[in-house]
Design a protein around this ligand. Structure first.
Ligand SMILES: Cc1cc2nc3c(=O)[nH]c(=O)nc-3n(C[C@H](O)[C@H](O)[C@H](O)COP(=O)(O)OP(=O)(O)OC[C@H]3O[C@@H](n4cnc5c(N)ncnc54)[C@H](O)[C@@H]3O)c2cc1C
Length: 458
């Protein structure tokens, strides 16, 4: 590449842009790829993640599961070739309920997931069930699909730390977590070895004279640079809509605030070998009688006595002596403009720890004196049905890789691989149409959107 030309310019060095650069340069042999970011790589949303992955996704259709299976295949391949530098594990996602009426739903979801390609459903309804727990580390040779345990003795044997009221658990198996930062840095290093250049600057203009990409103007510390190029990828994370406007395109995207709580679990309430733990029932926060009457008298805090929606979840983080635990609970999903730094309700850590104590009662030992918690977060950048965008835009040479919502770490390789197929003109996988912007032009798809059910957001 010379300073003023490139085969392709990618805006955004979050996990999406970096994975795109990697798949274009390393796996498709494209030379002359330029990545532009006004911040350090992976520093806006991609380092705020809980870093989990799952092939556990609802329909309609098989696209989401197929894409995630491909993405996880790629993660495993890269883990093998790198000596697992990003510590991919396969502990699974453990959904639990204390509501007997939810058990048929667990069974239905497991059957649906099996039909969509996530792997078989295995039901364990007796104390002698052949349930095989997940190892803490590694990812090879593990089952796919899901185990549903409905026998309470078997649940207690394997998960003694869950509330005794638990009546069923669903353990989704092609799931776990990894270090997103290590994965991103590995992909970036491999891409740079193949000539990818990283420019520290802000994409301010894309020249699309005549309906096709001609150049990209970048504001750098030392001034402006215009890069002549025929191809441009918008991978601007929460700013994907803003960067879309530089191309004259209004992308159907919005942002939601999501934050996670990290604290040192000095009392060891969450076992270090635990899988990702998710409570599937709505929760009323536990308060003492005194706290309850105090909250009832405070208009600003009265809502803390109401029922919160299902979905509080968390997991242990880190190896060795680490005591870190991450918790997350999204009960406020109002669309907002992405503004940094993110503002988070100061009561969030207490709400999440109290909420999670419904699932793991040992956490209630922290109520008298809450642990010091670090809260960080960012935005889920989403389409209305929570399926990302990867593919061409209606300006020749322009592409998008965005709206990766709360699953961009796990989906980044599959999504970037798909984008690279579009750009390099390779045959496209069957799931490609589900992630193109053009899907919204299809009246059949628009009708489907009107009755879309579960978006898969946790
Ligand atoms: C609390 C939380 C928990 C999450 N948990 C998970 C999880 O468990 N698993 C999972 O897979 N995902 C998770 N996610 C989602 C995941 O973090 C995101 O989907 C992913 O990081 C999005 O990556 P990105 O590259 O699209 O965006 P970003 O990481 O935001 O990168 C976009 C980049 O574009 C740059 N940019 C924007 N505009 C310009 C411009 N004009 N010029 C130059 N540069 C520009 C920005 O500086 C930024 O660096 C979570 C997210 C949050 C907030």
């Amino acid at each position: 590449m010379s300073d003023t030309t490139a085969e392709i310019v990618i805006c955004g060095a979050g996990i999406a842009g970096i994975a795109a650069a990697y798949h274009l340069a390393v796996r498709r042999g494209m030379t002359d790829v330029v990545l532009v970011d006004e911040r350090p790589p992976l520093s806006l949303t991609s380092d705020k993640s809980t870093e989990c992955y799952r092939n556990w996704w609802p329909g309609p259709g098989e696209a989401m599961v197929a894409l995630m299976n491909r993405s996880i295949d790629l993660l495993e391949e890269i883990a093998r070739e790198s000596g697992n530098v990003f510590r991919l594990n396969r502990r699974g996602y453990l959904f639990a309920t204390a509501d007997p009426e939810r058990v048929p739903e667990f069974l239905r979801r497991a059957d649906e997931a099996a039909a969509l390609g996530a792997g078989p459903a295995r039901v364990h309804g007796s104390p002698r069930g052949e349930y095989q727990p997940a190892p803490a580390d590694g990812f090879e040779g593990e089952p796919t699909g899901a185990d549903i345990i409905t026998d309470r003795a078997l649940i207690r044997r394997h998960f003694p730390y869950l509330t005794e009221e638990t009546v069923a658990v669903l353990h989704a198996r092609r799931c776990g977590w990894f270090s997103g930062q290590q994965l991103g840095m590995y992909l970036l290093e491999r891409a740079r070895e193949k000539g990818v250049r990283l420019i520290d600057g802000r994409v301010e203009r894309v020249d699309t004279t005549g309906g096709r990409v001609r150049s990209v103007t970048v504001a750098e510390r030392g001034g402006q640079r215009t890069i002549s190029t025929g191809r441009f990828v918008n991978a601007a994370g929460p700013f994907v809509k803003h960067v879309g406007r530089l191309l004259g395109i209004d992308l159907p995207i919005f942002c939601e605030r999501h934050a996670k709580v990290a604290f040192h679990d000095t009392l060891g309430a969450v076992p270090r070998h635990a899988p990702m733990l998710l409570w599937s029932d709505p929760v009323r926060l536990p308060w003492s009688d005194e706290e309850r009457s105090e909250l009832a008298g405070s208009p600003a805090h009265r809502h803390l006595l109401e029922e919160f929606e299902a979905g509080v979840h968390g997991r242990p983080e880190g190896a060795g002596e680490s005591q870190a635990v991450l918790l997350i609970w999204t009960y406020d999903v109002e669309p907002v403009e992405p503004v940094f730094p993110l503002e988070v309700d100061p009561t969030y850590p207490e709400i999440v720890i109290r909420g999670m104590s419904r699932m793991i009662p040992a956490l209630s030992a922290y109520f008298p004196r809450l642990p010091r918690a670090v809260v960080d977060g960012g935005y889920y950048t989403k389409t209305r049905e929570n399926r990302f965008l990867a593919g061409p835009l209606p300006v020749e040479g322009a592409y998008v890789l965005g709206a990766l919502s709360g699953y961009g770490l796990m989906a980044s390789n599959g999504a970037a691989d798909l984008l690279a197929d579009h750009i390099s003109g390779r045959p496209l996988p069957s799931y490609a149409p589900a992630f193109r912007l053009e899907r919204y032009d299809d009246p059949g798809y628009r009708a489907l959107l009107e009755q879309w059910g579960d978006s898969g957001q946790l």
